[in-house]
Design a protein around this ligand. Structure first.
Ligand code: NAD
Length: 452
């Protein structure tokens, strides 16, 4: 269902009228295309709190954006683009990992205050923070302060620009994450706090264009909607994709698989032996497992029959637990494997009429956080989740008009996301160079006002 309000505000009269009425002014987001794969402009690399010890410069140089470097508060008009009329940066990376007290936190303000206005439309602000130091409550306080800072800036920055926080200790391990956040692929990801560990990268050089070449990815619920976009994106990155969906959607599943040069597997994921059947279908194992299939059966709890509860919990959570357990137990996921499950902001924030759905999706987040360290230690497999907000699909087209409009506007970007936004986020988590990203639940919600 087209977002007519977004189209209207893209016209001059629409912009004029909605501005006069004080209505939301969504900016058309710049998304990835083969012709325009990167951001247009330069990257401004700032530091607050003194040198951090991160060897960031080579990693930032590999993003392909020309880099300018400034100390906190010393940004010049030529790089900030504020006074001279020269174009401002397409991206700003502020290294705040060295911030350990409130005085040093002032350098975050000093660094960004003069440049934020000049950041290009659909530009990126990425703040780098350190993990919280449990033995130092001053460091913990100001590093946690960065979360409130980033989320607040994300809500006020406007013009399709995003603001995210990455907690890291090792710059090379964060390369895939920085490349993603500093690209058009993260257009609908804002206000997020992403923890990056120190796991070693894959053996040998990384192919950043076709990173999944030679890998097999299975996507559940891939006959349409977000799953179809995920399958498409993973295929674009070189994976052989297995499109799994229910027997009733067999024709669509086969059509998607044929288009992507993959294969179709018709299977109800709630079948008790779903994991065994997937393993039998893929005797050589698989590298990427995407739990995307999901359903809603909304009713307020007082009106919800047990069947509505159990069907949602079965598809969205129990089958994810069962198939993950079965495939890990069988060793069907190869070392370096990736599991990405689909949560939802409704699970993180709660939503009236969705006690069943909210429970199932919060359960997915719990599964990810608990399993991730063990799956990595015992199988060399990472486990993460994406939590979509309002995404334009058949699922959300069925939502009543008023609620649909509210869902679209109630986020910092004032519009719904597209399936490709979830797909690109999933592909980053599935990337062979993302072994350092584990146990994360990343929202793809344009910084929805629902929940943190
Ligand atoms: P959709 O209804 O368009 O597609 C879901 C697909 O899953 C369908 O092809 C369906 O046949 C398949 N499926 C359902 N039950 C299955 C089963 N038992 N076995 C195998 N396949 C099954 O939904 P969507 O909007 O593309 O959502 C995809 C995922 O994203 C879901 O997990 C959903 O909860 C989640 N999500 C969506 C949104 C949104 O705004 N669209 C927001 C948050 C989370």
């Amino acid at each position: 269902m087209a977002d007519r309000y977004l189209s209207f505000t893209a016209t001059a009269p629409g912009r004029f009228l909605t501005a006069r009425l004080g209505l939301p002014q969504p900016a058309a987001l710049s998304r990835w295309t083969a012709e325009r794969p990167g951001l247009d402009g330069h990257l401004l690399h700032l530091t607050a709190g003194g040198p951090s010890g991160l060897d960031l410069a080579p990693v930032l140089a590999r993003t392909g954006l020309p880099t300018a470097t400034e100390a906190a508060g010393a940004t010049t008009g030529s790089t900030a683009g504020s006074a001279t009329g020269s174009p401002g940066p397409a991206a700003v990376v502020l290294d705040a990992t060295g911030v350990r007290d409130v005085d040093a936190l002032a350098e975050v303000h000093a660094a960004l205050h003069p440049v934020v206005r000049s950041v290009a439309a659909s530009g990126r602000v990425v703040v780098l923070g350190a993990p919280l130091d449990a033995r130092d409550h001053h460091q913990s306080a100001v590093q946690q302060a960065l979360e409130g800072f980033v989320r607040s800036l994300g809500k006020e920055i406007g013009r399709g620009r995003t603001v995210n926080l990455v907690r890291l200790t090792d710059a090379p391990a964060a390369e895939s994450t920085l490349r993603f956040l500093l690209s058009p692929k993260s257009a609908y990801v804002s206000g997020q706090v992403i923890g990056v560990g120190t796991a070693e990268g894959p053996d040998g050089p990384v192919d950043w264009t076709l990173p999944l070449t030679g890998r097999t990815a299975l996507v559940t619920g891939a006959a349409r909607g977000i799953g179809e976009a995920v399958a498409e994106t993973l295929a674009r990155y070189g994976a052989h994709v297995v499109v799994l969906d229910v027997p009733q959607a067999a024709e669509d599943a086969r059509r998607v698989a044929a288009r992507l040069g993959g294969s179709a597997l018709t299977l109800d994921i709630t079948a008790a032996d779903a994991g065994e059947r997937i393993a039998a279908e893929l005797p050589d194992g698989l590298d990427v497992l995407i739990h995307n299939a999901g359903i809603t059966r909304d009713r307020r709890l007082v009106n919800m029959p047990a069947e509505r509860w159990s069907s949602v919990l079965d598809v969205n959570l129990a089958s994810v637990l069962r198939t993950t357990d079965a495939l890990l137990a069988k060793g069907a996921l190869r070392t370096g494997g990736r599991i990405v499950a689909t949560a939802s902001i409704a699970g993180l924030a709660g939503n009236a009429g969705q006690t069943n759905y909210g429970a199932s999706k919060a359960g997915v987040a719990g599964l990810v956080r608990s399993l991730a360290p063990r799956a990595l230690a015992e199988h060399g497999v990472t486990v993460n989740a994406v939590a979509p907000g309002f995404i334009e699909t058949k699922m959300t087209a069925a939502v009543p008009l008023f609620i649909r409009e509210a869902g679209r506007r109630m986020n910092s970007l004032a519009q719904g996301g597209l399936p490709v936004d979830v797909a690109e986020t999933t592909a980053w988590l599935a990337h062979p160079a993302s072994g350092s990203v584990n146990g994360q639940v990343v929202r793809v919600c344009g910084q929805s006002l629902l929940g943190a």
